[in-house]
Write a protein that binds this ligand. Structure first.
Ligand SMILES: Cc1cc2nc3c(=O)[nH]c(=O)nc-3n(C[C@H](O)[C@H](O)[C@H](O)COP(=O)(O)OP(=O)(O)OC[C@H]3O[C@@H](n4cnc5c(N)ncnc54)[C@H](O)[C@@H]3O)c2cc1C
Length: 314
């Protein structure tokens, strides 16, 4: 396996728990990946192809709901609203999470449409720890190693699964992968219990508020083809201002952390096997702004392909 973000670790867990001998090789430790920087909510955002995304997000939703029963996972079911400054329709995935239209007095000032629902909100650093522990319990290992080419990895194992996120642009020589830089601010939780997302069609800025137990993650930014991992002070100030305009208690809360990650955007998720001479290469990357949302379904799909290639009965 290449990659210890949410795609790599979830795939490694599925493989190791089904009896495959797994080693995850990664340039960055799980806590330093884009996955650790994510907000993160179950939300099919910035990702294609629509038909597969609908299936993958539905499957992964039920996995995340099941995981929310265990507090150690970092997955919690949280209620909140998506709201829009323009009239718009409920997204298709709304029915999966029991979304219903908000009454006008439930909407934040300036918003004219909204829907309320309950969905998984995930503390990503904690969740990646959980996946790492689960992988170790199933006999899998993580090794710090950077590959310059996929061929180098294929000399190490008969099956290689490439979960290198935005870096697949270089490692898999795939120019259709683009980094969409995202920045977030983490604050001490001033007592916020509900999530909020501004879903105004065509909005230039992202605004969202994801409450975790002790902290709140504020978003965000979305900058195409920007690979800069340094937090930008102006962007952070603007994120706080936009979120405080929705939820005034945010204005005085202590800032704990700034996070930056690179969404691996692609015209469509690349989940495919590529037989090479004497070995099998599989790709599982390009999940855009929805890597968590699609993770379990994509991981199982990869695991099935590996089982088929190795002639294993899962
Ligand atoms: C600000 C922000 C908010 C987000 N919010 C959400 C959200 O609410 N919900 C949601 O579902 N998604 C969200 N996302 C998207 C989600 O974070 C990504 O889709 C997901 O993290 C991608 O996971 P990944 O495992 O493919 O890549 P990554 O997490 O980037 O992991 C890639 C791994 O590959 C390794 N690697 C790369 N190249 C090499 C190499 N050459 N050799 C060895 N190892 C290598 C890296 O070290 C790393 O371990 C958000 C993203 C951002 C930036």
């Amino acid at each position: 396996m290449i990659g210890a973000g949410v795609a790599g670790l979830t795939t490694a867990v599925c493989l190791a728990e089904s009896g495959v001998d797994v080693r995850v090789d990664t340039d960055l430790p799980p806590g330093a990946t884009t996955s650790a920087a994510a907000g993160a909510m179950w939300d099919p955002y910035l990702v294609e192809p629509a038909d597969m995304v609908a299936h993958w997000s539905r499957v992964t939703l039920s996995d995340l709901v099941a995981l929310s029963a265990d507090a150690d996972t970092g997955v919690r079911l949280v209620e909140g609203t998506h709201e829009s400054r323009l009239p718009c329709d409920l997204p298709e995935w709304g029915s999966l999470v029991g979304a219903h239209a908000c009454a006008s007095d439930e909407l934040h000032p300036g918003f004219v449409t909204g829907w309320r629902y309950r969905a998984p909100v995930v503390d990503m650093p904690q969740y990646l720890h959980y996946l790492t522990r689960r992988l170790a319990q199933a006999g899998g290992h993580i090794r710090h190693h950077r590959y310059d080419t996929l061929e180098e990895a294929m000399r190490e194992a008969p099956v290689v699964v490439n979960c290198s996120g935005a870096e697949a642009r270089f490692l898999a020589d795939d120019p259709s992968v683009e980094a969409v830089r995202g920045q977030l601010v983490v604050i001490e939780n001033p007592g916020i219990r509900s999530f909020f997302c501004d879903d105004t069609p065509g909005a230039e800025e992202l605004t969202y508020i994801f409450p975790h137990a002790d902290v709140v993650v504020l978003g965000g930014t979305s900058d195409r083809d920007n690979w800069d991992l340094r937090p930008d002070r102006t962007a952070a100030r603007e994120i706080i201002e936009r979120c405080a305009a929705v939820e005034p208690s945010i204005a005085g809360a202590r800032v704990l952390e700034h996070r930056v990650g690179l969404r691996p955007a692609r015209s469509r998720v690349r989940l495919i096997d590529e037989p090479r001479e004497g070995a099998l290469l599989l790709h599982n990357y390009g999940h855009g702004g929805a890597g968590l949302t699609l993770s379990w379904a994509c991981a199982r799909d990869v695991a099935q392909r590996v089982h088929a290639a190795l002639g294993l009965i899962p």
